[in-house]
Design a protein around this ligand. Structure first.
Ligand code: MG
Length: 296
């Protein structure tokens, strides 16, 4: 028996083994399979994929081996997919350009950022005047939904990563929170990897604002279910027909589970094999990288 068979056996109980003539996932011997409860398994379906970006298709400025081929396989199989990222400092066209620059052919319309999701979340709730902390890409996503990000009478305080945030703006945000204005966050990530090492992300600001105001934000990005549902709606597929592929257990896998999607953890980014084995959150499958998913 080779690794492929092992993968199929672990993923699909015997009763589902003949569901299709070819397995849904074929992985090589380097893949790691985590023990999963057979009760949580479903037969493969002809659904689509949600893909995280950093740690899944690239790491920093380097494409992950096999990522471009994987995207091509999705296209060849006419599988719908959407890249969902918690980063808010780039627009979908900027992200698409970065991906294409690494040889990974992803179009702007195939990218959903936590900035866009937050703008959509606010718009669905009728918000037009808010106080936002964030960079140009996020602010332009808000404006595209007709939302004033710098209102003197905000209905929401909305915090995203701003690498040039001033003390005056943090103070203003804290003061609105102390007055009871609803507290929204684009994403909970505490840090993100850079070439110069780990750098503070949105969660870094949230921690300070939470400590000072005693308030807890509503998170729109991963692992909040809103972003997963928004991506599913964009693809026109029910969450149960989607598989989320991510490199983090606390955002990608936890969020997918909450949104009732299948989840695949790749070990090409944040999470090591040891971390995955220790963790309480168990994805449906653990593989080395997306290049292992031969049959989409
Ligand atoms: Mg990631």
């Amino acid at each position: 028996m080779d690794g492929s068979d092992l993968g199929v056996m672990r993923l699909w109980p015997d009763k589902f083994r003949n569901w299709r003539s070819t397995p849904h996932f074929i992985a090589d011997n380097f893949a790691t399979y985590m023990p999963v409860k057979s009760s949580s398994l479903k037969p493969p379906n002809l659904g689509g994929y949600l893909l995280d970006l950093d740690g899944v298709l690239y790491r920093g400025s380097q494409a992950i081996a096999g990522a471009a081929d994987f995207i091509q396989r999705l296209r060849n199989a006419q599988r719908p997919f959407c890249c969902i990222t918690n980063h808010t400092c780039r627009t979908p066209p900027q992200i698409s350009r970065k991906l294409k620059g690494m040889g990974i052919p992803v179009e702007p319309k195939e990218v959903l950022t936590a900035g866009q999701a937050t703008a959509s979340w606010l718009s669905q709730r009728g918000a037009t005047k808010i106080f936002a902390i964030g960079e140009r890409a996020f602010i332009s996503a808000l404006k595209a939904e007709g939302i004033d990000p710098n209102s003197a009478t905000p209905s929401h305080v909305v915090v995203g990563l701003d690498r040039r945030v001033s003390y005056a703006r943090l103070m203003k945000a804290a003061q609105w929170l102390l007055k009871g204005v609803p507290f929204i966050a684009t994403n909970p990530d505490m840090s993100y990897p850079t070439e110069a090492g780990s750098a503070p992300e949105c969660g870094f600001y949230l921690a300070g604002l939470e400590r000072m105001s005693g308030r807890v934000p509503t998170v729109v990005g991963k692992p909040g279910p809103f972003m997963f549902r928004l991506a599913a709606a964009r693809l026109g597929l029910k969450p149960s027909r989607l598989t989320m592929i991510g490199d983090r257990l606390d955002t990608d896998v936890a969020g997918a589970k909450r949104a009732k999607m299948r989840s695949v953890l790749v070990l090409s980014g944040h999470t090591t094999r040891a971390m995955a084995q220790r963790a309480r959150i168990k994805p449906d499958l653990v593989i080395r990288d997306v290049g292992r998913i031969v049959n989409v």
